[in-house]
Design a protein around this ligand. Structure first.
Ligand SMILES: [Zn+2]
Length: 149
């Protein structure tokens, strides 16, 4: 499990800092010998009411792949999860299959979702989790949309 400093890490992330997974992925940060990442998609209420408290009890953060519109979570739920060390990743705005979109729609769903999450939660969603159907190639050309954000 990637180390979690709880509230301190959450506050640092609100100032634009990266979480443990993000530091490892983007900045060459270190990982435990056998890292495990627990990620949760979409933003369902039980992720806040059951999962987050149980993971916190063990000192573990999670990654919340949050769709920018239409999740079941209140803004205060997401902020509490971030404050508990969770990392936020974009999961599109409308939960669309990115392989079906043209370039402009793709930009809106990826870059637009990251901007919405930054504005609403005050943290940068460094990662993007696209829909499980997209495990099959071709991958949508999202890499250029992640640069400089
Ligand atoms: Zn999803």
């Amino acid at each position: 499990m990637i180390a979690c400093a709880g509230d301190e890490q959450g506050r640092d992330r609100r100032r634009g800092g990266r979480g443990g997974l993000e530091r490892a992925w983007y900045d060459g940060g270190t990982l435990p010998a056998k890292p495990v990442v627990l990620s949760f998609d979409d933003g369902y209420r039980p992720q806040f009411t059951y999962t987050q408290p149980e993971l916190k009890r063990h000192g573990w953060p999670g990654v919340l792949n949050l769709k920018a519109e239409g999740s079941d979570l209140y803004e205060s739920n997401v902020k509490a999860m971030i404050d508990a060390g969770w990392e936020l990743a974009a999961h599109t705005i409308h939960h669309l299959d990115l392989t079906t979109l043209d370039a402009e729609q793709l930009k809106e769903e990826v870059a637009g979702s990251r901007e919405i999450l930054r504005r609403e939660y005050g943290v940068r969603a460094w990662g993007v989790r696209w829909l499980s159907a997209l495990r099959e190639f071709p991958r949508p050309p999202v890499a250029p949309l992640l640069r400089g954000r």
